[in-house]
Design a protein around this ligand. Structure first.
Ligand code: PHE
Length: 342
């Protein structure tokens, strides 16, 4: 009996099968209900008690080897079938869904590109700022109501406002950092995210993005500012775009102005986007206040400068006719996919 089982084991081990039918024949012969192995288990009761243990071990061994063999046959068959499968080249391809650049990134890049053509370089600064860079150096007097113009998120409120730490409310703070560390001529853009404590609505958000510009050199005039901004408006919108400046107030510029561009939707005729005025406000600007230059150790008798700041969302809304600011941060791909270039 022992001999017989050992013979079966070597038979199983040397069995070869290359097609499905061989594999099935192997299974039927050894492992199916009426196959050799189940019938050997059936004979167990006829074996004498002394031999039973050894017999059991041998039959189990045979069974394990047969099962292993069957599995390896099946794996072999599957992989060779996989190889034989010829791809159907006439089937339509699987579409690959590509992401798209965010409209804020598109507009930011375009703004930086336009100004790079006239020599502006790009500088970055921290989003968490101290009072000096966000307010004091920019000529906001301590406890002055001008600080309320920008509802600030404070991270740490110091004993005096000098020690306050806050999320920056504008990227003018980067201008201060650059004026403190570089010598004129300075010609930079400061793009970045800014934060203001405002209720979220279609027209306001607690964070948005700005690009601010600064040019400091000998003899920089208001005419230079106007010319620079006109060039920008024509490049950003179209060549027929007109600009106008209205007097305004910022603590860090004197004189200060707000700039409007002719409405690119109705070409100045009047529509609901420009509220029938024919003009759209796009940025704040002015000549850098001499106090700001002095705060940054730049000689205000020798140097003058202009600065301007715009909201990227605002420009994107005008450019693409978007009427709700919240769309920019909701990350709905159906919205985000629509923007190719500016
Ligand atoms: N910092 C101003 C703002 O955030 C914009 C500005 C920048 C105005 C530079 C004038 C000059 O509203």
């Amino acid at each position: 009996m022992e001999q017989k089982i050992k013979k079966l084991i070597s038979e199983v081990e040397s069995f070869t099968a290359s097609v499905k039918d061989d594999v099935e024949a192997f299974r039927l012969k050894y492992l199916s209900k009426k196959g050799i192995i189940p019938s050997l288990f059936g004979e167990m009761k006829n074996v004498s008690p002394e031999e039973r243990k050894n017999f059991g071990l041998l039959v189990n061994d045979l069974k394990n080897k047969a099962e292993e063999k069957l599995n390896s046959f099946r794996e072999l068959l599957e992989s060779s079938e996989g190889q034989k499968e010829v791809p159907d080249l006439s089937l339509p391809g699987e579409p690959k869904s590509l992401g798209a650049r965010h409209p804020i990134s598109i507009v930011r890049r375009r703004i930086l590109e336009i100004f790079s053509h006239i020599g502006f370089t790009v500088e970055y600064g921290p989003e968490i700022e101290d009072d000096w860079h966000n307010f004091t150096a920019l000529n906001f007097p301590e406890n002055h109501p001008a600080r309320d113009m920008q509802d600030t998120f404070f991270i740490r409120s110091g004993e005096s406002s000098k020690d306050d730490i806050a999320l920056r409310t504008h990227t003018s703070s980067v201008q201060v950092r650059i004026m403190e560390t570089q010598k004129p001529p300075i010609r930079i853009l400061a793009p970045g995210r800014v934060y203001r404590n405002e209720a979220i609505s279609a027209r306001a958000h607690c964070f948005f993005h700005q690009v601010e510009g600064l040019y400091v050199d000998e003899g920089v005039s208001f005419a230079d500012l106007k010319q620079t901004l006109m060039y920008f408006a024509k490049e950003m919108f179209d060549a027929d775009t007109k600009i106008r400046l209205r007097p305004s107030y910022f603590p860090f510029t004197e004189p200060s102005a707000e700039m409007d561009v002719s409405c690119n939707i109705c070409s100045g005729k009047g529509c609901n986007v420009c509220k029938y005025t024919g003009w759209l406000e796009i940025l704040g600007c002015g000549m850098v206040d001499p106090n700001v230059l002095e705060n940054c150790k730049i000689d205000s008798k020798k140097y003058t400068g202009f600065a301007f700041g715009m909201g990227i969302e605002r420009i994107a809304m005008l450019k693409y006719n978007i009427n709700d600011l919240r769309l920019f941060s909701e990350n709905d791909v159906r919205f985000l996919k629509q923007f190719i270039s500016a």
